[in-house]
Design a protein around this ligand. Structure first.
Ligand SMILES: Cc1cc2nc3c(=O)[nH]c(=O)nc-3n(C[C@H](O)[C@H](O)[C@H](O)COP(=O)(O)OP(=O)(O)OC[C@H]3O[C@@H](n4cnc5c(N)ncnc54)[C@H](O)[C@@H]3O)c2cc1C
Length: 293
């Protein structure tokens, strides 16, 4: 992607055509994310109490098992528990939210997506459909909307290429070539299934990166579905799943220096605003407070 800032006296950023694919909006991409564990009852009954116990233990003389029992028995107001949990999460005291996990069944995503997803290492486990052991009789593929809605000739050639690859795969299996070798011909568009279990800290981190408008459209959609699933079991916990700029208060993405994504101001603008404020304060004979080293 090429983004350039104007060099003229007017430093307004000039926006060139973005290379970032458009958000597919509400189009059905044929991918699914289902929260298979826990259900709403378990989250209501235990998840907030577990996190609250982890937080309170840090600041309390009480035994953690007593705190937990009292939390489950409703001795503490739910709002009070949520307030402490929110402030601890906002302070990035992250270990407290590693005590609860969520398991998702993810299906129909492309290998392009799964390759990105499994790059996350900390606090997350994956199991993925094997292309060695599964003999795909009708491998399904993902059609990006830019191709679906673009030049019909290119779309036809894309489809021929994908169909050709899958046809060759079938022929190779038929000729006795093992699946683990025949799969070399599969395109990135090939759909796949995974099970993902993640603790809440990792889920918030992944969502911060993948709900960002700079993320690739398919993985962004996946995390929109994941966020929806968490909201159905806990609007409170779901509220922490947001693009990373939301808790940060600014955007740190290099490719958004032109500010085309308006969710939060880019950090360059924040620093510029701070510099202007400092200059104005100096001119008025005041100095803005600076942190002592
Ligand atoms: C928009 C976008 C574009 C990307 N483009 C590319 C690309 O072009 N090429 C490419 O290769 N990748 C790319 N990635 C992948 C990216 O570099 C990360 O590998 C991926 O997002 C996993 O995130 P993470 O490193 O935070 O890992 P996670 O496993 O989610 O780790 C969570 C956090 O734990 C800490 N942590 C984890 N492991 C370690 C460790 N070994 N040492 C120290 N701290 C650790 C870090 O603080 C890390 O942020 C892209 C990701 C995004 C979101």
């Amino acid at each position: 992607m090429t983004t350039r800032l104007s060099q003229s006296a007017n430093p307004e950023p000039v926006r060139e055509k973005s290379g970032i694919p458009k958000n597919p909006g509400r189009r059905d991409l044929g991918l699914r994310a289902t929260l298979v564990f826990p259900d709403r009852d378990i989250v209501d009954r235990f998840y907030v109490p577990i996190i609250y116990t982890a937080c309170r233990t840090c600041y309390s003389e009480q035994d953690p098992d007593l705190i937990f029992r009292r939390a489950v028995d409703g001795d503490f107001e739910s709002q009070k528990m949520q307030k402490l949990i929110s402030s601890v999460i906002e302070s990035v005291h992250g270990s407290t939210i590693e005590h609860v996990v969520f398991t998702f069944a993810i299906s129909g995503v492309s290998r392009t997506l799964s390759h990105q997803l499994v790059r996350h290492r900390a606090g997350v486990a994956f199991d993925q459909q094997s292309q060695r052991y599964v003999k795909f009789k009708g491998a399904a593929t993902m059609l990006p909307h830019s191709i679906a809605e673009g030049d019909p000739d290119l779309r036809e050639r894309y489809q021929e290429q994908v169909d050709g690859a899958l046809g060759l795969y079938g022929d190779m299996l038929g000729a006795g070539i093992p699946g683990e070798d025949a799969r070399f011909v599969f395109p990135n568009a090939t759909r796949t299934n995974l099970v993902m279990t993640t603790n809440l800290r990792a889920l918030i981190h992944m969502s911060g990166l993948r709900l960002c408008t700079m993320a690739q459209w398919e993985i962004r959609r996946l995390f929109q579905l994941i966020r929806h699933e968490i909201f159905t079991v806990s609007p409170f916990l779901g509220s922490f799943l947001a693009p990373k700029c939301v808790p940060l208060g600014y955007c740190d993405e290099f490719n958004n220096r032109d500010g085309h994504c308006p969710i939060r101001p880019h950090k360059d603008r924040v620093l510029e605003a701070w510099a202007e404020k400092a200059t104005a304060a100096k001119a008025a004979g005041r100095a803005l407070p600076v942190a002592n080293a």
